[in-house]
Design a binder for this molecule. Structure first.
Ligand code: CA
Length: 226
């Protein structure tokens, strides 16, 4: 899950980035509204966390501009306490939710999970493909009654596959949703992590779920034996 954080207070931005990365999100940071707009135009973010009070272009104006351009990332606004007008203006500008500063990190994580559920037809906190399940709260995978521990990147990669079952995902699409800007230009990073993931969720089992589609990318689907 790729997240853009637009926040001019460097300490808060760094705190959010670090905390989200520990929870398997890929995070880029922009420090003013104009910069945030540029990043959002150039990369396919799943979620944008937007502070309201920003230099150059405030969060509400930025959100409006993104929506006018057809951007459909989920937007979570960070607002000051008691700033009811900001929250109303933010929601009316196309934000999906807001969080009042200061906030508990656990609440930020829960709201991000809720935003993703709202975006699709998923209403549960578990994804399932064939006999594989992935718990989006605990990050544990399970297959054939065996718990499978995943690293944060393996989790992020599997989550992406499981949100798009049966679809071919190109290496570029995978890289852009699982890694942040600093990492995903490493050419074979996707292949390396697909190999790690296969070792855990496919190698011990007869039915192979991750399929290589030659010249196109990878696909998670039921029913390939070998
Ligand atoms: Ca601010």
């Amino acid at each position: 899950m790729r997240v853009l954080v637009v926040e001019d207070e460097h300490k808060i931005a760094a705190f959010i980035k670090r905390g989200l990365e520990e929870n398997a999100y890929a995070v880029d940071v922009a420090y003013d509204g104009e910069e945030g707009y540029e990043w959002a135009q150039n990369f396919p973010y799943d979620i944008i966390i937007l502070d309201v009070m920003l230099p150059k272009l405030d969060g509400v104006a930025l959100c409006k501009r993104l929506r006018a351009k057809g951007g459909n990332a989920s937007v979570l606004m960070l607002t000051a306490k008691d700033a009811v007008e900001d929250r109303v203006a933010g929601l009316d500008a196309g934000a999906d939710d807001y969080l009042v500063k200061p906030f508990a990190f656990q609440e930020l994580l829960a709201r991000l999970r809720a935003l993703r559920r709202r975006g699709g037809d998923q209403r549960t906190t578990q994804l399932r493909v064939a006999d594989l399940t992935l718990d989006l709260v605990t990050h544990l995978a399970e297959r054939d009654d065996q718990s499978i521990d995943l690293t944060t990147k393996e989790f992020a990669l599997l989550e992406l596959f499981m949100r798009h079952p049966n679809q071919i995902l190109s290496r570029t699409v995978i890289a852009e949703h699982v890694w942040d800007y600093d990492f995903y230009s490493q050419s074979n990073i996707v292949d390396v992590y697909v190999r790690y993931l296969r070792k855990k969720i496919d190698d011990p089992f007869d039915e192979k779920l991750i399929q290589t589609v030659r010249g196109a990318g990878y696909r998670l689907a039921e029913g390939s034996y070998g």
